[in-house]
Design a protein around this ligand. Structure first.
Ligand code: URP
Ligand code: ZN
Ligand code: ZN
Ligand code: ZN
Length: 480
């Protein structure tokens, strides 16, 4: 691997921007400063007029996921490669144990599947049921495998839905272990009931999907997860916040001093719910994901949430199914595999709709696409920062470059693009991953298996503070 000198750009971190060259060698950043000289044999990248930012972290993807009777189109290689083409150099994917499957066993399967990744990756593990074996496996995952966040699906009844017992037990265990509980917040009982009612009304097409998952269903689950986390004194991270109701629950809890965090998806920020009423089944079905796309006013709320700091991260929930896979749900929308793509488009979509509009500063952009996820999920400062010692995972960004997003030009294996036809200004020209230039002006040089598994430590300042707060508030008996 040769050294890389990125010359003449402006380094944009989460806290400030400075004119500086960046020298990488041996897979890490060695120096950041003006007038650096290229060592013999170094590859020089001219970043004049461009920005040099930490590579994006997508904290929510599903590569190679077996789900709803099928497996996603993108596997760990094609999905991470697509991410690299868009400036994302790290993903945090999800291990999804089946009914009564031991989390550790599922984790081992996912680790094998992910060996082909072209970019670095970490895992959240889903807690889909409760028992002594799960309690034990959570400990092993945290202490030995560096999995320090757990996911709870409050929806998908009769499949992976976690009931309240599972939530409560798992949140308590996460606190003990210094891990972060996360939730997919939708009330699965309400979704199930509304789905049955839609089918009885002969609403069997994709328009039934949003009708069975209204914002209040998400708001209820978000409030419940936050209340449980509050009682147990554990932080909680709400994935794919899609609506004002859920955002308000998070904002209220944060205002009350609770450690609650939220994630917005690039799709939910810019795509609305109109496609569900498309007369074309394939178009409508391609938009079936949970929570669904929402009416426009919710997008405005999510942007305000990012601006206010109530939402800290942006992700994609990249989970691609092709038209043939979606067609299984023709005649019954509840059988359409849920999921959409986006890992390749997220950075450009958020720059264009966030920075170009004045909603976000470039530094805020770096925080919501990289730094905050690195800090919340204990990858910082190895990831999420351009500084000596950090991994050489960088994106060279042309704020004036434009691109029209389309399924015809995407690297992702999906056969649909929810951002189709959107012209963005602000695009990656080069991506550096693990100290190699893996994307250069449209040329993707992703290498199968080059990505590394990232073990994450347990505990951080927040979980430690919560531990102290819990002991200060510990209940005491009355002495009689
Ligand atoms: O529709 C979605 N989001 N599919 C992936 C699984 C999930 O809910 O995150
Ligand atoms: Zn989800
Ligand atoms: Zn997901
Ligand atoms: Zn197919």
């Amino acid at each position: 691997m040769s050294a890389i000198l990125i010359r003449g750009g402006t380094v944009v971190n989460g806290d400030r921007s400075v004119r500086a060259d960046v020298l990488c060698d041996g897979g890490v950043v060695r120096a950041v400063g003006e007038g650096l000289t290229a060592p013999a044999g170094a590859e020089v990248v001219d970043a004049g007029g461009q920005l040099v930012m930490p590579g994006g972290i997508d904290p929510h993807t599903h590569m190679q996921l077996p789900f709803m009777g099928t497996v996603t189109m993108d596997d760990f290689f094609t999905g991470t490669a697509a991410g690299l083409a868009g400036g994302t150099t790290t993903i945090i994917d999800f291990v999804m144990p089946g009914a009564r499957q031991r989390p550790l066993e599922a984790y081992r399967t996912w680790r094998e599947w992910a060996e082909k990744s072209a970019a670095d990756y970490a895992f959240h593990v889903a807690i889909t049921w409760w028992g002594d074996a799960v309690h034990e496996d959570m400990g092993t995952l945290v202490r030995e495998e560096g999995v320090t966040s757990f996911k709870h699906f409050m929806a998908y009844k009769n499949a992976i839905m976690a009931d309240d017992e599972t939530l409560v037990r798992s949140f308590r265990r996460a606190l003990e272990l210094g891990a972060m509980p996360t939730v997919h917040a939708e009330n699965g009982e309400l979704v199930f009931l509304l789905q049955q009612e839609m089918l009885v009304r002969e609403i069997s097409g994709p328009e039934g999907h949003p009708l069975s998952r209204p914002p209040a269903v998400e708001g209820e689950a978000t409030n419940r997860a936050i209340a449980i986390a509050g009682v147990l004194n554990v932080p909680v991270y709400v994935v794919h916040v899609s609506c004002a109701e859920s955002l308000e629950a998070i904002a209220r809890a944060r205002a009350a001093g609770q450690r609650v965090y939220g994630e917005a998806l690039a799709g939910h920020l810019v795509v609305d719910d109109s496609a569900y009423r498309s007369p074309d089944f394939a178009t409508a079905a391609a938009h079936v994901m949970s929570p669904p796309f929402r009416p426009k006013e919710h997008q405005e709320a999510l942007w305000r949430g990012l601006q206010a700091g109530h939402l800290q991260t942006t992700a994609t929930d990249h989970c691609t199914f092709c038209a043939g896979q979606k067609a299984v749900g023709r005649g019954d929308f509840t059988k359409i595999p849920n999921g959409c793509g986006g890992v390749e488009e997220r950075m450009a979509v958020i720059w264009d709709a966030g920075v170009n509009t004045g909603r976000l500063t470039p530094n805020e952009f770096v925080r919501v696409t990289s730094t905050n996820a690195a800090q919340l999920f204990n990858l910082y400062p190895r990831k999420g920062l351009v500084a000596p010692g950090a991994d050489a995972d960088l994106v060279v960004w042309d704020p004036e470059g434009t691109k029209t997003l389309s399924v015809k030009t995407q690297f992702s294996k999906g056969d649909f693009n929810v951002f189709e036809g959107r012209t963005v200004r602000g695009v990656p020209t080069h991506t550096v991953s693990g100290g190699r230039v893996v994307f250069a002006r449209g040329d993707l040089r992703a290498e199968r298996g080059a990505g590394r598994y990232l073990k994450r430590p347990a505990f951080n300042a927040v979980t430690e503070a919560l531990g102290r707060a819990a002991s200060r508030r510990a209940p005491v008996a009355v002495k009689r």
